[in-house]
Each structure stands twice: as C-alpha cells, then as structure tokens.
Design a protein around this ligand. Sequence first.
Ligand code: BGC
Length: 442
Amino acid sequence: MAQAAFHFPRGFLWGTATASHQVEGSNTNNNWWAWENEPGRILNGQKAGLACDWWSGRWREDFDRAADAGQNAHRMSIEWSRIQPRPGIWDESALDRYRDIVRGMVERGMTPLITLHHFSDPLWLVEQGGWENEAVAERFETYARKVVEALKEYVTLWATINEPNVYAVMGYIVGNFPPGKTSINAGLNVMTNMVLAHARAYRAIHAIQPQARVGLALNVTPMIPAKSWSPLDRVAVSVLRRVYNEFFPAALSAGKLRYPTHTRRIPEAKNTQDYFGMNYYTRFACAVDLRMPRQKFIRYAPENCDEISETGFIGNDPAGFYAALEWAKSFGLPIIVTENGVEDSNDNLRPRYLVQHIHQLWRAVNIGIPIKGYFHWTLVDNFEWERGWSQRFGLWELDVETQARRKRPSADLYAEICQENGLSSEMVARYTPQLFEQIFPN
Ligand code: BGC
C-alpha cells in the first residue's frame, strides 16, 4: 500500500482542553457547586465532587499522559472563586498553586492556553447580580489582571471567556445552567456584559503583556433549517445564527452589538481579538416547534449526519466543521480550534470522529485558512455540567470512584497524529479502515 500523509504547518499546536470546575474537584465556592446541591438540577443528581482530582495534584499524572502522547499544548481554565474567594480578598496560595500547575505544563513541553472564565462564577459574584449586573465587567478586569500578573512568566496565550453564547443561552434563556433563568432579555443582557468584560480584559492583558495573544472560545454551531421548504424554520435559523454564532465575533471585530431587532455600536469592543477561538462539536438542524416552550419553541438537534453520539448530543458532521472554519476565516484572524470532540464511553465512534475532523481541519489549512492549533475535548473523562458524568469525552477513561485512568484507543490515535504533525494513510488504515477509501481515494 502506498503511503501518504496530510501534514500540518511546523509549530502547529496539538493539545487537549479542560476546565477548572470539570477537573479540579472540591470547588465549593462557586455557582455550580450550589446548583449541584439543588435537587433535580443535574442528571441523576450527580456532582462534580473530586472530579479528576487535579487540585490535590493529579494534574501531574495527567500532564505526563498528555506530554507522553505527543501533545505540545494544553488549554485549561482558572477558577475565579479560588483566586478571589470573597470581594476584595485574594488567595495568594491559590495563585501559587496555579503557577505550579502552569509551570508543570511548560516543563513538560506544552504551551499553555489559559481561559479566565469557563462557566463557573464565585458565589459572591452571583450575590451581586452576576453577569446581569454591568459592574461585572470591571470585576472581571480586576480578576484578569491578578491572574495575568501571576502567570505572565509562563503564558502569552489567553482566552478571556469560554463559550459566552452557551453560558448566556443555557443559564438565562433555556435555564439548564445556573441561575436557571428563562428570559431572552436577560440572556441578551448577559451577552452584552460579556462583550464589555472581554473588551476590558483584552486591554488590561495587553497593558501588562504587550506580546499577549488574547481571544475567547466561541461555540460555533452551524445551523440549517430542519425543513428547507419551511419559511418559519428558515427565519428561525437566520435569527439563531445571528444571535448564537455571529453576535460575539461581530462585536469583537466591527464593534457592533447585533441584537435580533436592532444594532448598537460598541466602539470599545472593536478589534479586541488576536485570534478566533472556535469550539466546534456538531451542526444542528433547527425547526420551529410549538411543543417546546422551554426552548423558546425551537427544536435543535444533530440531523442528517451518518452517526450520532451515544446520548444523541453530537452528530459526526465533519462537513459542518469545515463550513465553520470557512465562515470563521471571514473575520481575518488566525484561528485556534479551542475544543472539538465527542462523548463516547466505548470509543466506538471517536476514532472516526477524530480522523474525519482532522482531515477537514487539514483541508481547511490547505486552502489557506490560517489555523494555528487544535485542542481535543478532552484529556480524561470529566464532569459534564447538567449532564453530570453521563457523557464521556476523555481520551482516557476515568473511574470516578477510584480515580483510576484507562487509555482508550483514540488516545493512541491522537498521539500518533500529534507526533506525526499530521494524519497518515497508515493511521487511517489501522484505526479506521472503513474510512480509508473516503480519506485516501485512489
Ligand atoms: C464546553 C465544555 C463541555 C463540552 C462538552 C463545551 O460546550 O466548553 O465545558 O464539557 O462542550 O459538553
């Protein structure tokens, strides 16, 4: 068999992504801890608990795994409630611990990408109105300064906020995340405050560290009308695209807040991204559905893709990934894929998902889209928010009771991709023979 390979540019970042509340364990001072303690909020009443036990030191063994598997980068987040447990109180020992963790990453040859906010908020912030209170922008800036001062020796790549669109929609419009509100206005207000907070943090980080590269990680979900002939579905899709996918990049590039009904200028947010961070999992087909009042009468689900993940959450839709990358290119920034992955406890689908998405990534690089890195979600199974432990996204499986890790086959596949800086015909033949003809046609 002839050998062929799709190679990536030299210096491409290959890593996995994690988030504080999902891996650290013992986070008892944030809104998710409180949410987990309310009956009925998390599937099967599960809790993050010890999570992957990183806070007591298991980050070391997991970073060893990542580095040994050829990863040259890692994306993780800082837990605001640890750094600032109460208003005006800063915990220097928590900052020291994060400095150790990030140094440990660098010592293992991995470039850190540090996220400042990944869904979890300090309880005191929530008591002061959280992200609905415009004052959050200044508070977030102060927190960002503290973290950047502490970690600047090791970090130049920053993401201010993870998936502000998911945070606002899930927490304030659909109500599955804390604080469980169901108001479109509240959601739009939170999105606006997130733009303001991002813009302030962007400038603050650059003032401390001129060479920093600052962005955010946006969840990009391409959407298509479930029934292409339905005018209602088409209108729904165009509003959803505008609010969900386009709101943040439009604000951060053109300085415009594009609400469903009107546009407002926000000059202070203009040009406040050095790279476009994209989290891509799936494409959705959307329909107007009067039986779904909780979702504001919108049904959305992966559809028309060959395969759907275990719990129906994610469609294996690599063409959607390519489309998302092409769309992101129009913002004229380097792109980093800050998350991509699939829930799959038995690793049945993941090898195909991985191969097909890396193939599309390479196609996008090959037509000149400036993609600089790829972070797989995730390293070890972790606490998946309102879905608890029911979804397994890890390259390594976690036994939550014993904390034992077990490697899934995809971890080896991804290691080979990272080490080769590309995807070879030999890998495809070995891990996903059924895709060989599709990826390497004669
Ligand atoms: C989030 C992660 C989450 C992943 C899979 C993304 O929306 O950033 O925190 O675990 O999706 O559900």
